[in-house]
Each structure stands twice: as C-alpha cells, then as structure tokens.
Design a protein around this ligand. Structure first.
Ligand SMILES: N[C@@H](CCC(=O)N[C@@H](CS)C(=O)NCC(=O)O)C(=O)O
Length: 203
C-alpha cells in the first residue's frame, strides 16, 4: 500500500510526478497546510519536521522529497540511469535541487507573496540573485546538448521541474534569458505523467 501525504506545492508535486511516472497505484491524503494539518499530532507522528511530502510504503514512512524519489526509483528500477556514473549524476542533481533552487526560490516566493511595503528588499535581492546564478549553472550543465541533466530522464529532472514550472508559466525574464533551460523544462513538461502529477492533490 502506497499513501502520499501531499499538498498543491512544488515539493509535493515532485513525489506525485514520480509516482505517476512509475505507474503506481497510490492513495492521496491532502494536507491542508494553511489550516495547520501538518502541525497536528497525527501528522507529526509521520514527519516530526511537519512538512509534506510524506510517503507511506507499507510500514515504511519516508519524508524529504529527495529521499522519497530515490526510494521509489531504486525500488522500481526506473528514473535512475543504470550505469553507475549516470546514477550518481542523477542523485547529485537531486541533491543540488534541494540545496539550491528549492530553498532560494522558496524564500524568494515567500517575500514576493507579501504586500510590497512588507517585503525585505535585501532578502529579495539576495534570493533573486541566487536564483539567477543557479539558472546560469543549469544552463552551463545543459550547454553540451544533453537532453536531461543526467543524460537520460531521471529524478534529478523531476526534482527541479515543479519549482521552475511557475517561472516558465510566467515567462519570468531570468529564466527566458536561458533558452537551454527553457527547452529542457519544456521537454520534461511533455511527459504525460508530469501533467498528471502536477494536478495532485485534486482540489
Ligand atoms: N526539504 C523538504 C521541504 C518540504 C517543504 O518545505 N514542504 C512545505 C511545502 S512545499 C511544507 O510542508 N511546509 C509546511 C511547514 O513547514 O509547516 C523536502 O524536500 O521534502
């Protein structure tokens, strides 16, 4: 039995995209973050760090999106290249996302969602500068013409997509300046499982 505790957020979408890519049957438990469901004892028993996504796979409980995707990919023998170098590269890009685009775009987004007068302009500049720099790093990685970060489609790509999707949808200038990154995201978007994963949980 697979049960995904999730919400309509980029970190939640990483897990639902991976589950859809693998064609697995799973139950979805919607966590209402704005109502504090994640702080309730029942949820803290699953993840003391009070964050989605959480995956229950039988009696195994996994939190942290990277750990969830790695577990699923290893268990089902997909979304990780078979050759050891490619496999290591895919894991490297997954970790790169959790330490890079994730926290920086997350903190930038939380500043930009505030009314302008309440924003910390210094923070906005720091995080937007770092996001622009990380887009440049992705651009350099993709400069050799590889279709996906680790050569073939992997958890490294899935980890990035839901975070960069809003920038793609908004045609955000720092992203549009990086046509290779745009093409890579558009390539990922064409996977039917990505569209399905992005729609979970249904509202
Ligand atoms: N490093 C974690 C981050 C997860 C995360 O930040 N989840 C957010 C939603 S995108 C959350 O549940 N926040 C609720 C809270 O912090 O109370 C992961 O990759 O799974």
């Amino acid at each position: 039995m697979l049960r995904l505790h999730t919400a309509q957020t980029p970190n939640g979408h990483k897990a639902s995209i991976a589950l859809e890519e693998l064609g697995l049957d799973y139950e979805v438990r919607r966590v209402q973050l704005d109502q504090g469901d994640q702080l309730k004892e029942e949820f803290l028993a699953l993840n003391p760090n009070h964050k989605i996504p959480v995956l229950e796979d039988g009696d195994l409980v996994i939190w942290e999106s990277g750990a969830i995707l790695l577990h699923l990919a290893e268990k089902h023998g997909k979304l990780l290249p078979r050759d050891p170098r490619g496999r290591t590269a895919a894991i490297q890009y997954a970790f790169f996302q959790t330490g890079g685009i994730g926290p920086n775009l997350g903190r930038l987004g939380s500043q930009l969602r505030r009314p302008e007068a309440e924003r910390n302009q210094e923070m906005v500049e720091i995080f937007s500068g770092e996001v622009a720099r990380l887009l440049g790093v992705l651009d350099r990685i993709l400069a050799d013409g590889r279709p996906y970060l680790a050569g073939e489609y992997s958890i490294g790509d899935i980890m990035h997509y839901p975070w960069l999707h809003p920038m793609l949808a908004l045609k955000a200038p720092p992203l549009m300046k990086r046509p290779r990154v745009v093409s890579w995201l558009e390539r990922i978007a064409k996977h039917p499982a990505v569209e399905r994963g992005m729609a979970i949980p249904e509202s």
